[in-house]
Design a protein around this ligand. Structure first.
Ligand code: CA
Length: 244
C-alpha cells in the first residue's frame, strides 16, 4: 500500500475543520476524510471525533468481522459519540461532520466504503475515474431527479446543504459500498472543497500527470488557485502499488 494526503485551510475560511487519517491495521488499511460543520469550533471537534472514534471501533472489531458491517457500526458509534459530546460541555450543540472512509482488506483485493454526507470516494481503474459515493446534499438530489446536471451542481447553491450528516441526528442511514480492486487501481477520498472546484476528469488527469509525492498537493493547489473558498482535503491510495 502506498498513500499520500494533503489538507489546506483554503484562502477564505479562518480555520481548517476537515480531518483525515490513514492507518494500517493487522487485517487491512483504514483511510478517511471528514468535513466538520457547525460554528464555535464545532466542526473541528466533530470531524476529529468522527475520525478517532471510527478508527478506534474498526481497530477493535475488524478482526474476523464482516468488513462492511464493522464499518457501518463504526460510523454509527461515531455518530453517538459526537452527539454525546455535543450534549456535554466538551462539544458544541448542533455540530456535525461528513465522513467518507474506506477499509481495504490486507490482500488488497477488496475495498469497503462507508459514507455519510458530501465528501467523496473515487476509484480510478485503467485511467477511468468513477465516483463510488452518492452525495447526501440538496444539489445531488436535484441531479438524481434530473432537475440539474452534474456540472450545474458544482455551482448550485444547494451544493453545501447536506441532507444527512454525522452527529446532527440520532440515527443515520450509512451507505456501504463494496468494490473489487484490481492491480493499479487508485482510490481518492476528498472533501467538497476539492470537488466543488475540481472536476473528476481533472482529478484523474492529475493522477497521470504528477508523481505520487506531488499529486495530492497539486490537487489542493488547484482548488486554492480557483478561489479556495473552503477547506480542502485529499487522500490518495494506491493499494497494489508497485514500489520502486
Ligand atoms: Ca467543506
Amino acid at each position: 500500500m502506498e498513500w499520500r494526503a494533503e489538507t489546506s485551510r483554503g484562502l477564505v475560511r479562518p480555520k481548517n475543520e476537515d480531518s483525515w487519517s490513514v492507518v494500517g491495521l493487522p487485517h487491512g488499511w483504514l483511510a478517511m476524510v471528514a468535513d466538520g460543520l457547525g460554528g464555535h469550533d464545532g466542526g473541528e471537534i466533530a470531524s476529529a471525533l468522527a475520525v478517532s472514534c471510527i478508527q478506534q471501533y474498526v481497530a477493535e472489531h475488524f478482526l474476523g468481522g464482516d468488513p462492511g458491517q464493522v464499518l457501518k457500526e463504526a460510523i454509527l458509534y461515531g455518530n453517538g459519540k459526537i452527539r454525546e459530546s455535543a450534549a456535554s460541555h466538551r462539544g458544541v450543540p448542533g455540530m456535525g461532520t461528513t465522513v467518507t472512509c474506506v477499509l481495504i482488506t490486507s490482500d488488497m483485493s477488496r475495498a469497503f466504503v462507508g459514507h455519510v454526507g458530501d465528501s467523496r470516494a473515487y476509484i480510478v481503474s485503467d485511467g477511468k475515474i468513477r465516483r463510488v459515493t452518492e452525495d447526501h446534499s440538496v444539489s445531488a438530489e436535484l441531479v438524481r431527479n434530473g432537475t440539474i446536471t452534474e456540472e450545474d451542481a458544482m455551482r448550485h447553491p444547494g451544493r453545501n446543504v447536506l441532507t444527512m450528516a454525522l452527529g446532527t441526528q440520532d440515527t443515520v442511514d450509512v451507505d456501504i459500498y463494496e468494490e473489487a480492486l484490481r492491480p493499479g487501481d487508485i482510490l481518492v477520498l476528498c472533501t467538497d472543497g476539492l470537488t466543488s472546484l475540481v472536476s473528476p476528469d481533472e482529478i484523474s488527469r492529475a493522477l497521470v500527470t504528477h508523481d505520487r509525492d506531488r499529486v495530492a498537493g497539486e490537487l489542493v493547489d488547484l482548488a486554492n488557485q480557483r478561489g479556495g473558498y473552503d477547506n480542502v482535503t485529499v487522500v490518495v491510495l494506491w493499494p497494489q502499488a508497485v514500489t520502486g
